[in-house]
Design a protein around this ligand. Structure first.
Ligand code: NAD
Length: 493
């Protein structure tokens, strides 16, 4: 059954507003290609209105005790739990992932709210009494002012929550710019922020694309920019934000390797790596994209992963039993198919071919089935380019050192995983491999909310990562106070 597309709005200074420019984009359900919403494409004056409203709200919010600032977050957690089913369905409709994946994503987002509710402790400073006789020194953390986050399409529920809870609990006012491809979940999230009782201007929403981002990057009242998306845009956002004197933390793309040693539990490694490579249709920044077998691991792992890829149930993420949904849009599907073709042209053998396969009842959906390609050139296009689709490239090495060298031969550094039963191998791997998030017998090593999301290399531009203590540092500036209070009174004790 088709329904009329929803008209989405911006949320500025505590009021829901249509875009004044009248410009809007279409939002499609990737499983059906049905148009499900219109998203405002906001112009610079609307960004200005949102930033000014946030700036006006800042003095009072900053003066609000941290114990009071976290109260709307406690309520927001409860509201998200209340609406989790509806939110998960919206995520599935606009991004294509399965309902279970969507619900899991919301849970990981909620964890960040729970951690940020500890802000009374996390924002504490340091102090030393008597750094010289009768002189004390203190470090305080103070909020920056107006901060913004620019989000990608692949986790519309979770990624805004990597930033929002820490930013507002630390006393900042937050302007969110979701991906124009998946703006419906964020609209729901911001409605819940309103219901949770944040004062007007503390949380704002401006929808749009590149011009909206540029207006945020250039606005003199925006103090800090958090970004998650592709590497090319992450680099651009980082350069422009920092050139404008802002703090920036910009998470980029990935090409994650996983090494399988012969002593690994092959059934477990296959189950975990199939989920890592094909879960969320491969559209996770922590998806394993390159599997490197070592020595005798090649035959048993290849046999099992081929079997899994060929039998994975692909369909609409809202249908029971479906293990993998569509990719986000037609361009993405075309790009994935093109990259597999390049891998073939570079000498690769396509062991499982997900190109050109359809899903019954969803002829217009953007489906690519799981694909496994072996024997590709390790320096070639398929082995080095982010695919962001359900494609696993297989490489092979004679020993662990050779496999680590292959894993390190890439510019990205989001994640690297190892499958083994040897503690010594695991220790050597984690010590030598160049990536910021490491999994041992894990395929998606997503850090908990109280650890930083530690991308390296071309997967991250900046110093302080998202989540936990890094988030608190990013959203506060330190003020050091040295003080002397001349008195004879205290010397009596
Ligand atoms: P994207 O770079 O196309 O878009 C991300 C955001 O930037 C969107 O809000 C978009 O509107 C905006 N944008 C796009 N082009 C822009 C431009 N030229 N100038 C200014 N702003 C622009 O990314 P995407 O396709 O939405 O998301 C997928 C990418 O995100 C993948 O590369 C994936 O690896 C990456 N990602 C990384 C992480 C991580 O933690 N490192 C997490 C999730 C996704």
């Amino acid at each position: 059954m088709t329904t009329a597309p929803v008209e989405l709005l911006n949320y500025i200074g505590g009021a829901w507003r249509r875009t004044a420019s009248g410009e809007r984009g279409d939002v499609h359900d990737p499983a059906t290609n049905e148009r499900i919403a219109y998203v405002p494409l906001s112009a610079a004056d609307e960004v200005d209105a949102a930033v000014r409203a946030a700036h006006e709200a800042f003095p009072a919010w900053r003066e609000t005790p941290v114990t009071e600032r976290i109260q709307p977050l406690f309520k927001l957690k409860w509201l998200l739990e209340r609406d989790i089913g509806e939110l998960a369905r919206t995520i599935t409709r606009e991004s294509g992932k399965t309902y279970a994946e969507s619900e899991g994503e919301m849970r990981r987002g909620i964890e960040n709210i729970e951690v940020a509710c500890g802000m009374p402790i996390m924002i504490q400073g340091w102090n030393n009494e008597d750094i010289a006789r009768g002189i004390d020194e203190h470090l305080f953390r103070q909020p920056l002012g107006v901060v913004t986050a620019i989000a990608p399409f692949n986790f519309p529920g979770m990624i805004p929550l990597w930033f929002l809870p820490y930013a507002v609990a630390a006393g900042n006012c937050f302007v969110l710019k979701p991906s124009e491809r998946v703006p419906m979940t964020t609209q729901h999230l911001v409605r819940l922020c309103e219901e949770a009782g944040f004062p007007a201007g503390v949380v704002s929403l401006v929808n749009g694309g590149k011009p909206t981002v540029d207006a945020l990057l250039d606005h003199p009242l925006v103090r800090a920019v958090s970004f998650v998306g592709s590497t090319a845009v992450a680099k651009y956002v980082y350069s422009r934000a920092t050139a404008n004197g802002k703090r920036a933390q910009c998470q980029g793309g990935a090409k994650n390797p996983a090494i399988i040693l012969p002593d690994a539990d092959m059934d477990m490694a296959t189950r975990i790596l199939a989920d890592s490579a094909f879960g969320c249709a491969g559209q996770r920044c922590l998806a394993t994209s390159v599997a490197i077998t070592v020595g005798d691991a090649k035959a048993p792992f290849t046999e099992r992963i081929v079997e899994d890829a060929a039998t994975r149930r692909v369909g609409s993420g809202l249908d029971e039993g479906v293990q993998m949904g569509p990719v986000i849009n037609a361009q993405s599907k075309a790009r994935i198919i093109d990259l597999v073709g390049k891998g073939e042209a570079e000498g690769g053998e396509v062991l499982v071919d997900g190109r050109g396969r359809t899903v019954d009842g969803f002829a217009d959906g953007y489906f690519v089935h799981p694909t496994v390609v072996s024997g590709v050139d390790p320096r070639g296009t398929l082995a080095t380019t982010e695919v962001f689709g359900p494609v696993l490239t297989m490489l092979h090495a004679d020993d662990l050192d050779g496999a680590i060298a292959l894993a390190n031969d890439r510019t990205y550094g989001n994640q690297a995983c190892l499958f083994t039963t040897s503690g010594a191998a695991a220790r050597a791997f984690r010590h030598q491999v160049r990536a910021g998030n490491i999994g041992i017998n894990l395929g998606v090593a997503a850090p908990m909310a109280f650890f930083p999301f530690s991308g390296w290399g071309d997967s991250f531009f900046g110093d302080l990562h998202a989540q936990g203590a890094h988030g608190v540092e990013f959203y506060t500036e330190t003020k050091v106070v040295v003080e002397r209070w001349p008195s004879t009174w205290s010397r009596k004790f």
